[in-house]
Design a protein around this ligand. Structure first.
Ligand SMILES: Cc1cc2nc3c(=O)[nH]c(=O)nc-3n(C[C@H](O)[C@H](O)[C@H](O)COP(=O)(O)O)c2cc1C
Length: 180
């Protein structure tokens, strides 16, 4: 397949087979993904892998500290996310400079897209999510972030149980203005 095909056939995958994901492969793909542009070579990322029994452990540790009604609501969201055999939390350090932080988020997004395309090339499917709870102090402590870190996104990874069709995009023709 060409790069064009990989870009156009990547779709968010919500359901997966039970086949587990090989650690060595994911490490290899992350080692390639980080060749994304990043300002001043800050390399503003690290990765937390959650899979197998650790998914349930994280869920329980989080939900047991929430009030019942919120635990029910977040529990349902976590159950959807945890359908994937592996969840990768892409972690970004916070800086004291707002502009640097925007650049670091952009770098994270580029690196994540690299990862998702490479995953597709290797027969895997993915879904990136930024549910609001990832920003809460409680979730950050349960997932063991350092004080000056955020989860830039959760990326679910696994083998698709069905083929999804890519959604239509607006053609560039409708988006381009020629500066005069
Ligand atoms: C930064 C970011 C955050 C996202 N957060 C969510 C999310 O919280 N929940 C969700 O279902 N999808 C989320 N998505 C996935 C988008 O909904 C999805 O990419 C979009 O609908 C296009 O579909 P496709 O990925 O199949 O092309 C997110 C995507 C991005 C880039």
């Amino acid at each position: 397949m060409t790069l064009e095909n990989f870009i156009k056939s990547r779709v968010s995958q919500k359901t997966y087979t039970e086949q587990s994901v090989d650690h060595a492969l994911i490490k290899e793909l992350l080692d390639i993904s980080v060749f994304a542009p990043n300002h001043k070579m800050r390399e503003p990322w690290r990765f937390i892998m959650i899979e197998g029994e650790q998914k349930e452990l994280l869920k329980n540790r989080y939900l047991e500290q929430l009030p019942k009604d919120l635990a029910d609501e977040i529990g349902k969201k976590l159950d959807k996310i945890m359908k994937a055999p592996m969840i990768i939390a892409f972690v970004m350090p916070l800086t004291l400079d707002y502009d640097d932080e925007i650049e670091d988020l952009q770098a994270n997004a580029m690196m994540m897209q690299n990862f998702m395309l490479l995953a597709n090339e290797n027969g895997l499917s993915t879904h990136v999510k930024t549910p609001p709870f990832i920003k809460t102090d409680l979730f950050k402590s349960v997932i063991k972030l350092q004080p000056q870190e955020i989860v830039s996104a959760l990326v679910m990874v696994g083998y698709a149980d069905k083929q999804n069709v890519a959604k239509r995009r607006t053609p560039a023709q409708d988006l381009i203005t020629y500066y005069k």
